[in-house]
Design a protein around this ligand. Structure first.
Ligand SMILES: [Zn+2]
Length: 287
């Protein structure tokens, strides 16, 4: 066949996507450790947090270096946190899952970008209770921009347009409106919950970081999957947070990393959101 020369076997592309994920994961580690402190993610080169020795390029190979160095700094033998190889591995696996689920398409690129953003937020919130503005706002910009190049998926904007206009607006406009609706509703719901909690309890229960995070996530997910993410995040928070509080006996004053649960929920929604929404709508005959 004349075109077979240009076609890489699927296994080779999958392998490339996985390795690409490991490398991006290595960069996400830098974001996770530096962004909460307001430091640059570009310079200087990574150093051992204990002895300050610069990490050599050949000691900075994702996952493998950690295994070869037995999880210790080459210079001072201090143990390196297993979070680093975990982030790399999770990134590689999620990129691979996006490719497996969505194939060779712009859609895959969109979900890969979303996964990378979520991984940073999940870990900064878990470790430092911080959801950096830089990540949220850059993510929101990416989500809104990408919506112009993808077909509308949610249906909310199309439903609205059909009720307002005689003729449906062009596809990119509908798609952008879906992203905008998702962002506004996602951020809005969390703002209302946070404000309500503050009025009732008299103290901050949820930071604006969670609001901005859902503003960002909404632009990728659209209305329905955004609502699903918030519900799922709340359920995960109650179950996992409850178990953690019981196990560590930290009591109800312990601040849960809600952004971590929202991020985990959003990842689940990428892969299972559409069938869950369809099942729910069939169940209640909503269209
Ligand atoms: Zn060291």
């Amino acid at each position: 066949m004349w075109h077979s020369r240009n076609m890489l076997p699927t296994g080779a592309i999958a392998g490339f996507v996985f390795v690409f994920g490991l490398i991006i994961g290595s960069f996400l580690n830098v974001c996770i450790s530096r962004l909460p402190e307001g430091k640059s993610v570009v310079a200087p080169r990574s150093r051992c947090p204990k002895c300050g020795a610069p990490i050599k390029p050949w000691d900075n190979i994702p996952v493998l270096s950690y295994v070869f160095l037995l999880g210790k700094c080459r210079a001072c033998r201090t143990s390196i946190s297993p979070i680093y190889p975990t982030v790399e591995l999770v990134t590689g696996l999620l990129f691979l899952a996006c490719y497996a689920a969505f194939g060779n398409s712009v859609v895959t690129a969109k979900w890969i970008a979303f996964c990378a953003i979520l991984i940073v937020l999940v870990f900064t919130d878990w470790r430092e209770r911080v959801l950096p503005d830089k990540v949220n706002f850059a993510g929101l910009a990416i989500g809104l921009l990408l919506s112009f190049f993808l077909h509308p998926e949610d249906g909310a904007a199309l439903w609205l347009a059909n009720h307002i206009f005689e003729f449906p607006p062009p596809t990119p406009v509908i798609s952008f409106a879906d992203a905008l609706i998702g962002a506004i509703v996602g951020g809005g719901i969390l703002w209302v919950i946070g404000e309500g909690y503050f009025r009732i309890r008299g103290r901050e229960g949820m930071g604006l970081g969670d609001v901005k995070m859902m503003l960002m996530a909404g632009s990728f997910l659209g209305l329905r999957r955004t609502i699903l993410t918030i519900l799922l995040g709340a359920v995960l928070g109650m179950i996992l947070g409850g178990i953690f509080m019981l196990a560590s006996r930290k009591g109800s004053d312990y601040e849960l990393p809600f952004g971590t649960f929202l991020g985990a929920a959003a990842v689940l929604v990428i892969f299972f959101g559409t069938p869950i929404v369809a099942w729910y709508q069939a169940l209640f005959q909503i269209r």
